[in-house]
Design a protein around this ligand. Sequence first.
Ligand SMILES: [Zn+2]
Length: 120
Amino acid sequence: MHELSIAQEILGIVYQYVPDPKENSVKSVRIRIGKLSNILPDSLTFCFEAITTDTPLKGAKLEIIHIPVAITCSNCNTTSEIEPPVFTCPLCGSNQIKITGGTDMRVDSIELNDEIEEKT
Ligand SMILES: [Zn+2]
Protein backbone atom coordinates (compact mmCIF):
# COMPACT_ATOMS: atom_id res chain seq x y z
CA MET A 1 0.00 0.00 0.00
CA HIS A 2 1.29 3.41 -1.06
CA GLU A 3 0.32 5.16 2.18
CA LEU A 4 2.09 2.57 4.32
CA SER A 5 5.48 3.35 2.80
CA ILE A 6 4.81 7.07 3.26
CA ALA A 7 3.85 6.50 6.90
CA GLN A 8 7.13 4.60 7.38
CA GLU A 9 9.01 7.44 5.74
CA ILE A 10 7.39 9.91 8.16
CA LEU A 11 8.26 7.65 11.07
CA GLY A 12 11.87 7.53 9.88
CA ILE A 13 12.01 11.32 9.85
CA VAL A 14 10.53 11.51 13.36
CA TYR A 15 13.24 9.14 14.61
CA GLN A 16 15.89 11.32 12.98
CA TYR A 17 14.78 14.23 15.16
CA VAL A 18 13.79 12.23 18.21
CA PRO A 19 16.12 9.22 18.18
CA ASP A 20 15.00 7.88 21.52
CA PRO A 21 11.40 8.94 22.14
CA LYS A 22 9.80 8.27 25.50
CA GLU A 23 6.24 7.16 25.86
CA ASN A 24 3.90 10.03 24.92
CA SER A 25 6.84 12.35 24.29
CA VAL A 26 5.78 13.11 20.74
CA LYS A 27 2.49 14.96 20.70
CA SER A 28 1.99 15.41 16.99
CA VAL A 29 3.68 15.34 13.64
CA ARG A 30 2.63 17.97 11.17
CA ILE A 31 2.99 17.08 7.54
CA ARG A 32 2.23 18.91 4.33
CA ILE A 33 0.58 17.00 1.56
CA GLY A 34 0.31 18.39 -1.94
CA LYS A 35 -3.07 18.06 -3.61
CA LEU A 36 -1.42 16.24 -6.49
CA SER A 37 0.57 13.83 -4.38
CA ASN A 38 -2.03 11.04 -4.64
CA ILE A 39 -1.89 10.46 -0.91
CA LEU A 40 -5.15 9.61 0.80
CA PRO A 41 -5.06 11.42 4.17
CA ASP A 42 -7.41 8.99 5.93
CA SER A 43 -5.42 6.03 4.76
CA LEU A 44 -2.15 7.68 5.76
CA THR A 45 -3.49 8.45 9.26
CA PHE A 46 -4.63 4.85 9.59
CA CYS A 47 -1.24 3.49 8.53
CA PHE A 48 0.64 5.86 10.82
CA GLU A 49 -1.45 4.78 13.79
CA ALA A 50 -0.97 1.15 12.85
CA ILE A 51 2.82 1.30 12.72
CA THR A 52 3.17 3.39 15.88
CA THR A 53 0.71 1.46 18.03
CA ASP A 54 3.31 -0.77 19.72
CA THR A 55 6.00 1.89 19.94
CA PRO A 56 6.70 4.85 22.27
CA LEU A 57 5.19 7.01 19.53
CA LYS A 58 1.76 5.56 20.20
CA GLY A 59 -0.77 8.38 20.45
CA ALA A 60 1.24 10.82 18.36
CA LYS A 61 -1.20 12.60 16.11
CA LEU A 62 -0.68 13.13 12.45
CA GLU A 63 -1.68 16.66 11.51
CA ILE A 64 -2.16 17.06 7.81
CA ILE A 65 -1.91 20.37 6.00
CA HIS A 66 -3.09 20.36 2.42
CA ILE A 67 -0.90 22.25 -0.01
CA PRO A 68 -2.50 23.70 -3.13
CA VAL A 69 -1.13 23.05 -6.58
CA ALA A 70 1.25 25.77 -7.72
CA ILE A 71 2.08 26.45 -11.34
CA THR A 72 4.39 28.69 -13.28
CA CYS A 73 2.98 30.00 -16.55
CA SER A 74 5.35 29.99 -19.50
CA ASN A 75 3.17 32.47 -21.36
CA CYS A 76 2.90 35.34 -18.86
CA ASN A 77 5.67 34.25 -16.50
CA THR A 78 3.63 34.27 -13.32
CA THR A 79 3.25 31.82 -10.50
CA SER A 80 -0.27 30.94 -9.36
CA GLU A 81 -2.23 28.39 -7.46
CA ILE A 82 -4.69 26.30 -9.39
CA GLU A 83 -7.53 24.02 -8.45
CA PRO A 84 -7.42 20.67 -10.26
CA PRO A 85 -8.84 19.48 -12.59
CA VAL A 86 -8.36 22.91 -14.19
CA PHE A 87 -4.82 23.08 -15.49
CA THR A 88 -4.61 26.51 -17.07
CA CYS A 89 -3.07 29.78 -15.96
CA PRO A 90 -5.71 31.73 -14.01
CA LEU A 91 -4.31 35.03 -15.27
CA CYS A 92 -3.99 34.55 -19.02
CA GLY A 93 -5.74 31.23 -19.58
CA SER A 94 -2.72 29.60 -21.16
CA ASN A 95 -2.14 25.89 -20.80
CA GLN A 96 1.62 26.36 -21.17
CA ILE A 97 2.14 25.79 -17.50
CA LYS A 98 4.62 23.94 -15.38
CA ILE A 99 3.55 22.44 -12.09
CA THR A 100 5.93 23.68 -9.42
CA GLY A 101 4.27 22.70 -6.17
CA GLY A 102 1.63 20.54 -4.56
CA THR A 103 3.00 17.22 -5.75
CA ASP A 104 5.00 16.10 -2.76
CA MET A 105 4.79 15.34 0.93
CA ARG A 106 7.08 16.68 3.61
CA VAL A 107 7.27 16.75 7.36
CA ASP A 108 6.64 20.28 8.55
CA SER A 109 7.21 20.03 12.30
CA ILE A 110 7.23 17.65 15.21
CA GLU A 111 5.55 18.78 18.40
CA LEU A 112 6.85 17.33 21.64
CA ASN A 113 4.95 16.91 24.86
CA ASP A 114 7.04 18.96 27.26
CA GLU A 115 4.76 18.33 30.24
CA ILE A 116 5.84 14.72 30.37
CA GLU A 117 9.49 15.77 30.67
CA GLU A 118 8.71 18.06 33.59
CA LYS A 119 6.89 15.41 35.58
CA THR A 120 9.78 13.00 35.63
ZN1 LIG B 1 -0.35 32.98 -17.76
